[in-house]
Design a binder for this molecule. Structure first.
Ligand SMILES: O=C(O)CCC(=O)C(=O)O
Ligand SMILES: [Fe+2]
Length: 338
């Protein structure tokens, strides 16, 4: 019998990582790591439950995000993203950034290059990092413009850091790195390079089915944690069927996608996940989301770990520094002078 041509309705599997949050026994942590590897290795994306972030923290995060974007444009522009890649912080209005240009750059076929270079996003964003990062330094709104915003988002940033460290441990275990390799990968991740981004996608009247809100791209992070409101719209590429599958909003579940850096470190064990945001048919409501990017030190060497290369018999990626890689990517996706 020939294989069915009907589209598959795959769902994104969910893994409970609580043993890594709560200091679980080795055997329970190993079971979780094995699930991450088995369920995440094809598409590089998973739902994550047991992540340790309280509903109150996330509610507060979405509340201040909405307050921020509800401000008049002139107020938001009191913390403007600079007209260049560094620091990648502060407020960017609609039309300032097109991540699909990165996909166009990486595409091997002309038709794909064309398709992705034409996609324009319709979103506004605000980037926040560690106050100890001297290169990508924060660009805060004056406190009287939105009292409490800085305090709430700084708290969110460091709570997300705890979850990210637990997931990093789990991912390291899932690809069986040696202790020395694991230490090297951990040492690249102090948390001070990580970035939380608040996003608002304005409503789309008369949306055509599947019309784009954010063009398909991979992240250049190690991995990304993603929170979205109940409106949904985020989709990940299912490599088995070559179709995008929705990351359906679920209570207590965040979505995780592997980025270019962990694809490299794992020598392709995990793929960097292509993802996008689409509008549903009809009038599509405003959408808010909060990605958190876990990224390495700018000068540290990111390369396939020797034990993975030994298993695969081939090193698939050249070493890079994150600083060089990300500056090139930011120059590609930022629309300067807009
Ligand atoms: O808004 C979303 O759900 C996705 C955001 C995203 O992919 C990004 O900012 O890189
Ligand atoms: Fe992304």
């Amino acid at each position: 019998m020939s294989p069915s041509k009907l589209p598959q309705t795959a769902d994104i599997p969910v893994v409970d990582i609580s043993p890594f949050i709560g200091g679980g026994q080795l055997d329970t942590r190993q079971r979780v790591a094995q699930q991450l590897a088995e369920l995440g290795r094809v598409n590089g994306c998973l739902g994550i439950s047991g992540h340790g972030l309280s509903p109150a923290l996330l509610e507060e995060a979405f509340r201040v995000t909405k307050q921020l974007f509800d401000l008049p444009y002139e107020k938001k522009m009191k913390a403007p993203h600079p007209n260049g890649p560094v620091p990648h912080r502060g407020y960017s209005g609609t039309g300032r950034e097109n991540p699909a240009k990165k996909t166009a750059l990486e595409a091997t076929e002309d038709a794909q290059k064309d398709e992705y270079s034409k996609i324009v996003d319709f979103k506004e964003s605000y980037e926040i990092g560690s106050d100890e990062n001297a290169v990508h330094y924060n660009i805060w709104l004056p406190d009287d413009v939105l009292p409490g915003f800085r305090r709430a988002t700084t708290k969110l940033f460091w709570e997300l850091y705890k979850t990210a460290q637990a997931l990093l441990d789990a991912l390291i275990m899932s690809i069986d790195l040696t202790e020395q390799e694991a230490e090297r990968v951990r040492a690249l991740h102090t948390g001070h390079e990580n970035q939380v981004r608040l996003l608002h996608y304005p409503p789309v009247p008369n949306a055509a089915p599947g019309s784009s809100r954010l063009g398909a791209h991979t992240d250049w992070s190690l991995f990304t944690l993603l929170f979205q409101d109940a409106n949904g719209g985020l989709e990940f590429l299912d490599r088995g069927t070559d179709t995008f599958i929705p990351a359906t909003p679920k209570d207590g579940v965040l979505y995780m996608n592997i980025g270019d850096m962990f694809q490299r470190i794992s020598n392709g064990f995990y793929p960097s996940t292509l993802h996008r945001v689409v509008a549903s048919q009809g009038t599509t409501a405003a959408r808010y989301s909060i990605p958190y990017f876990v990224v390495p030190e700018p000068d540290g060497i990111v390369q396939p770990q020797p034990s993975r290369v030994a298993i695969d018999g081939k090193q698939l990626y050249e070493p890079v520094t994150f600083g060089g890689y990300s500056t090139k990517m930011l120059e590609t996706i930022l629309v300067h002078g807009a």
